[in-house]
Design a binder for this molecule. Sequence first.
Ligand code: G6P
Length: 363
Amino acid sequence: EDAERHGFDHYMLKEIHEQPAALERAIRGRVTPDGDVDLEAFPPGCFSDVDDVQIVACGTSYHAALYARQLLAERGVPTQVFSAGEYATTPAPVSEHTLVIAVTQSGETADTLASIRLASERGARTLAVTNVVGSTAARVCDDAVFIRAGPEIGVAATKTFSSQVAVLTLLRERLAEDITGQRGADRERVLRALERLPGDVQQVLDQSSVESLAARYRDRDGHFFIGRGVAFPVALEGALKFKEITYEHAEGFAAGELKHGPLALVTPDTPVFAVFAGQYDDKTLNNVEEVVSRGAPVVGVGSEESTDVAATVDEFLPIPDTHPVAAGVLANVQLQLVSYHVADLLGRSIDKPRNLAKSVTVE
Ligand code: G6P
């Protein structure tokens, strides 16, 4: 086993470090030299008869789905996201012009499979975004796109989230162009940011130093994660990773929701991790002020050029300055490292957290 971990103490850490290579594979050949998206089986126009999109997923894949919803909404594509466990019991109405996308690393999650079977029976078109060629999701859906992340052994998903977001971003460009008849004004910048992303993730991995921060925040009453726009699903994912492997209490919120309840829990003993993706940062900074005035320590994750963020928070975890589409992925890598190091300091079973399974094949 040691040899398979290539010198890393845990598969999770190895997989965090595999993200540049995984992203390279996810993107390779899918962006043409003249700045177009080339998604093999999906030529221009293949989604022209789609009116709306529904995305079903669980766990970390659900957070990638929420990320995709933000991206599709920005391009004017009507999109809903459902936790597959809910969709399987209370499906949303579909038509033959509804595209139901299953985001599932393994392609075997029971709730997700039940959801796509239901959608298919009701006449929707289905598409799997998965890591496993030959998985049930890939076979059951009308079409499949593979994220090419390579095997993920750690129960807590890391590299597959990044690769899902990258592939969903490419898919967004194809879908949005086919459905709205227009290319997004910032499409070229988005594709350039994706091409830079493997190198930018490498920079985060090379320069991140969160061990001392992890030591300071390892034993607190609770840990809150906030963000808006694409930083909202990153906040949810940051909290999920934290609770999965540290067993400490962690919750993620939309930054704007803080004052509608969670703020009652904020004290000097509840660090708040604020995620900034270069979208609506001023609004999130206002929310940070709200928790600072309650005495909570704030860890900000944001562009290395965001001097106003760095000046407001107690601890700053920088990421390369890039398009928000990619910034969320980079911020998530910093949060993966924080969770990993806190869990390591606490001596947790990082690769196989208690009570959790890599693939949940029962509803
Ligand atoms: C389990 C795993 C999670 C994963 C979720 C969805 O709960 O522990 O890490 O995100 O299943 O898995 P999927 O294979 O459908 O992406």
